[in-house]
Write a protein that binds this ligand. Structure first.
Ligand SMILES: [Zn+2]
Length: 242
């Protein structure tokens, strides 16, 4: 999956190819079973309506067109939906040249192989621009909701991600995988995770003590003093990264 920003909009392109005179882009669908079109809508048999991929394709095409025009590049765009599963049948298929069915994939590849493909600077410019706009994860694909109170507290073994059950004075040994390391390192990892999960929370002895659970409060304070910069005094003090 690839996503691009355009006017604060995200759109998705599974595969994109730039050739001499046109851009091919593909949405890949792995539908299986019997489907049919009726009154401009797509159904899975017997009668489950599903999102019409042609509508999605139109939207992506329009955004991609705006994007390449903004770069002053004039290439034709050919969008396709490829149905890759050989056990897919579409009844009453619309006569739409954007649809590629399993039996047509071979011909399509042949057509691509015989198309002219002299690549110039403008093509490279476009490719570079598209790559620069690639965002690995869609912001629509947000993190799951989580709440401090509902998360299990404790130190986590960096090797197997199990909770550490017992600690020594300076070291711990994971009971699950026997990984051994300095306690300070596990606490520092845990603080890092805390500040990623709760970027607005101040790092205090009290909260980190609660977050790590099995490490004595005194020890937490010492680790914070050693590795962080203390801000403020007494019970209002907190720590920031050095
Ligand atoms: Zn472990």
């Amino acid at each position: 999956m690839i996503y691009y920003w355009k006017n604060n909009t995200v759109f998705q392109i599974d595969t994109l190819m730039i050739s001499q005179d046109r851009i091919y882009f593909y949405e890949v669908k792995n539908y299986e079973g019997n489907y049919f079109y009726e009154s401009g809508k797509l159904f899975k048999k017997p009668n489950l309506e599903i999102m019409d991929p042609l509508i999605q394709l139109k939207r992506s095409e329009s955004l991609l067109r705006q994007l390449i025009h903004s770069l002053d590049i004039h290439l034709q765009i050919e969008p396709f939906i490829v149905f890759v599963n050989p056990a897919f049948t579409l009844y009453q298929a619309p006569d739409n040249k954007s649809l590629i069915f399993p039996t047509q994939i071979k011909n399509h590849i042949h057509r691509l192989n015989t198309a002219p493909s002299k690549i110039e600077e403008r093509h490279r410019k476009l490719a570079k621009r598209l790559l620069s706009m690639h965002i690995s994860d869609s912001p629509e694909n947000k993190l799951p909701n989580y709440h401090y109170d509902k998360l299990q507290k404790g130190l986590i073994c960096p090797n197997c991600r199990a909770f550490i059950e017992t600690i020594g004075k300076r070291k711990y040994v994971c009971t699950l995988c026997n990984h051994e390391d300095l306690l300070d390192n596990a606490v520092l990892d845990s603080i890092k995770e805390f500040s990623i999960l709760f970027p607005d929370e101040k790092i205090t002895t009290k909260i980190i003590y609660d977050w790590c659970r099995i490490v004595p409060e005194r020890r937490i304070r010492n680790i914070l003093l050693k590795h962080f910069t203390k801000v403020g005094h007494h019970r209002w003090s907190y720590y920031i990264y050095k």
